[in-house]
Ligand binder design. Structure first.
Ligand code: PMV
Length: 305
């Protein structure tokens, strides 16, 4: 489903423009527990970041939507990955930034792909993942790796920080409405707050993370069987656990309730959560929900996994 192609550019192409795409992602089940090694079900979405590179001084032009700290992180991330490649890179995106849709990973993957193309040697998902991981480290400190792995693979996966990543083949299309419930605190802050609660009550939090891991594995099986009703139920249960661990907010809960009232089979926050971010709802047919949310001024779109 990714629009980008892996593979090296010929040396004649390097003299002209190189382009590559990195898709955004949604976490269907398992954010946060992923940081503690649990499996997480995540899928690449149709929206993402396109990188363009032309020969010139090595630099990246920060997109205007980035805040100054995000733009600084981008410069550090680019310097870590690019070395002295002799490319001027620009990026465009149709992905909302900083709401849990993996915009920094999508950017890291798109930029890594143009850098690898410029090297003129064949490459695949492994090389893209490794280079993108270097960039993500600058944006996020110590991420679980789910964001850039999902973006580099461009498909629905069951990911584990330590362990093999499995592709999950959906028997029926998994049609998701993504709705933005507002800006939020950075992932680092939300992850750090949860780490403190976990250190205070380690046994209970270990049990909760374990249960979320079980939900993710069950969800992967439900997707493979085409059981959307079960997938929806798992998503709503996962939201309840995230709420219980202090990762939701009024805005996110209100959007989850709204999705349910519009007929979602299940709904939950996606990504780090906190005081805002994105909510996903699973629908058999999302057209009516999309119309009604849009009419209410909610920023939303459909993505099929
Ligand atoms: O930055 P976000 O909102 O896409 O969150 C990523 C998911 C977390 O599990 C919260 C962090 C991680 O590295 O897995």
């Amino acid at each position: 489903m990714s629009r980008a192609r892996n593979g090296a550019a010929s040396s004649s192409e390097v003299r002209s423009e190189l382009t590559a795409f990195g898709p955004g992602k949604i976490i269907v089940i398992g954010e946060h527990a992923a940081v503690y090694g649990m499996p997480v079900l995540a899928g690449a979405i149709q929206r993402g970041v396109t990188a363009r590179a032309v020969p010139g001084p090595t630099r990246i032009q920060a997109p205007p939507e980035l805040t100054p700290p995000q733009a600084e992180a981008l410069q550090r991330a680019f310097a870590a990955a690019a070395g002295d490649v002799g490319l001027s890179v620009s990026v465009t995106s149709d992905l909302p930034v900083g709401v849990g849709l993996g915009s920094s990973a999508a950017l890291s993957v798109a930029v890594s792909r143009v850098l690898l193309q410029a090297r003129g040697k064949p490459f695949g998902v492994k090389e893209v993942r490794e280079l993108a991981a270097k960039m993500e480290g600058e944006f996020h400190g110590t991420p679980s790796g789910v964001d850039h792995t999902t973006s580099a693979r461009g498909e629905l996966i069951l990911y584990r920080k330590e362990g093999p990543t499995k592709a999950v083949k959906a028997k029926k299309p998994v049609r998701i409405v993504v709705a933005i419930a507002g800006v939020r605190t950075p992932t680092k802050t939300t992850v750090a707050g949860l780490r403190e609660r976990r250190m205070t009550w380690p046994k209970r939090y270990a049990r909760l993370f374990g249960e979320i891991g079980v939900l993710a594995a069950e969800a992967a099986r439900a997707v493979t069987r085409g059981d959307l009703a079960e997938l929806g139920d798992l998503m709503t249960v996962n939201h309840g656990l995230l709420w219980g661990m202090g990762l939701s907010s009024e805005r996110l809960d209100a959007m989850v309730r709204r999705m349910r009232s519009l007929g979602a089979l299940g709904a939950k926050l996606t990504g780090a959560g906190g005081d805002g971010g994105a909510v996903i709802g699973l629908f058999e047919d999302p057209s009516d929900a999309l119309k009604r949310l849009t009419a209410d001024g909610v920023q939303c779109f459909e993505s099929t996994l």
